[in-house]
Design a protein around this ligand. Sequence first.
Ligand code: UAG
Ligand code: ATP
Ligand code: API
Ligand code: MG
Length: 489
Amino acid sequence: MSTLPLFALLTDVNVLAQHGNPDAPVAGLTLDSRQAGPGMLFCALRGTATDGHKFIATAVQQGVGVVVCEELPAELNPATTYVLVADSAAALGPIASAFYGHPSRQLQLIGVTGTNGKTTCATLLHKLLRELGYHAGLLSTVQNQIDETVIASTHTTPDAIRLNELLARMVAAGCTHACMEVSSHAVAQHRVDGLRFVGGIFTNLTHDHLDYHGTFDNYLKAKKGFFDALPKTAFALTNADDKRGPVMLQNTAARRATYSLRTAATFRARLVANEMHGLLLEMDGQEVHFRLIGVFNAYNLLAVYGAAVLLGEDPTEALTILSGLTTAPGRFEPVAVLGNAIMGLVDYAHTPDALENVLQTLHQTRRPEQHIITVVGCGGNRDAAKRPIMARLAAQLSDQVILTADNPRDEDPLEILRQMQAGLTPPADAHTQLIADRRQAIRAAVALARPGDLVLVAGKGHETYQEIKGVKSPFDDREELRAALLETN
Ligand SMILES: CC(=O)N[C@H]1[C@@H](OP(=O)(O)OP(=O)(O)OC[C@H]2O[C@@H](n3ccc(=O)[nH]c3=O)[C@H](O)[C@@H]2O)O[C@H](CO)[C@@H](O)[C@@H]1O[C@H](C)C(=O)N[C@@H](C)C(=O)N[C@H](CCC(=O)O)C(=O)O
Ligand SMILES: Nc1ncnc2c1ncn2[C@@H]1O[C@H](COP(=O)(O)OP(=O)(O)OP(=O)(O)O)[C@@H](O)[C@H]1O
Ligand SMILES: N[C@H](CCC[C@H](N)C(=O)O)C(=O)O
Ligand SMILES: [Mg+2]
């Protein structure tokens, strides 16, 4: 087993005190005592449910050689080295980066942050770089990729250890570029600390995750923290049309650039046509057709185009490739069945803004006689404040709505539905139903549809499971919708 001496991992860490052997060999890293083993470094993190410091003794019993912590245990094991730091989470990024040979420094690493559009932008940029001929990696909510090899994803942004391990695998596979999503949780939990980015993209900021961040201001600060940490060699590309776009770049050392559909900006686009089969945009003076649908995707496309140009790619070549790209899985994904004229759509809209955008897009592009039937829910153990807002938006912008379960996790599915229902005002009640079982809800929506109508199943997109009471069972909106459409054929 190859090891590295501890001191080599602490170069970028502010160590307050150290007990034991500074050259202790480190064979692996973990932040979870349940994964701890001989010769490993255990980093004790203060979490949301518990405190990793409680598990130091267990980790030591399991043979870890090094413990990184914010508070030393009362009794120290003479065979273990203890490293005291002010913030373990902030120390872990640089430690993981050093352990895996600073992979981010060997890649052109681009991070995308914002409430909505991260997966779409990161995936489009990855596809674009691949078509330009580069070996490139992707870290996203849907999946991680090394070129075309898929590695399952558990988080939008993995923890610092897994993140650096994946980046190192990309470097080993010959990748020159990597595109990744940077979630607000990741910034707040220092998952990306110690990485060297060559560019950052901001999409937008609207309501989400207030359960975790407490206030909108904290949520904004988490996103802004990513840009504050960018080096001056990087670019920072923001959405000038978003109210919070400019503030993101306020304190960044990076080269600033903007994109806009409405105002003067480094990268400009004009909407020529927004239709069910795609967008026609004038981008940087050239009129181009794109296969993605909806004005919100015009922003994603423009951001990716801007990033490609800032990376030094040829603008015309970038536009030509972008024009042929399809979107990320489960994002405005059509589900059609031969012989059935009902138009099915699966989308990952799980925030009020995303749901409104998708429904507005359907309004802007549908024929007048087409009805919109929406199936939507809200996740359990997540921001409850968005529940009534999402139900109200769904009811306002659809002809029929079915409220249903979306990963209720540890919560009572019916209670989540009641909280959603509280957002409805009387006339909306008449065209809204509650069907907790998502399969039944999708079937009921299809049964309500007439030929030509639109059935939108929102909130789960690419997900292939439904999590109820801690148990994940296979469930895929696309398969369920397809099965329901086949049944009514
Ligand atoms: C709320 C949140 O972000 N939780 C993440 C956090 O866990 P936590 O703070 O709850 O950890 P904890 O259970 O309190 O434990 C504290 C520490 O003790 C350790 N421990 C715990 C028990 C034990 O026996 N031994 C032990 O060592 C844990 O490993 C941990 O290091 O740190 C863990 C390790 O990095 C993450 O896996 C976990 O993600 C959970 C599963 C999660 O659901 N996260 C979601 C909310 C999330 O991060 N989402 C964002 C995307 C949001 C978006 O895209 O909009 C993401 O980036 O994926
Ligand atoms: N630029 C955008 N502005 C607003 N809404 C968008 C935008 N792009 C996508 N959406 C909507 O948000 C949904 C989620 O998009 P996407 O997966 O790209 O976002 P994300 O930021 O990665 O989300 P998550 O935080 O869950 O990782 C899409 O299915 C679509 O409904
Ligand atoms: N990244 C988001 C995704 C929510 C998707 C929705 N289907 C849910 O499970 O709540 C989160 O973890 O809050
Ligand atoms: Mg995502």
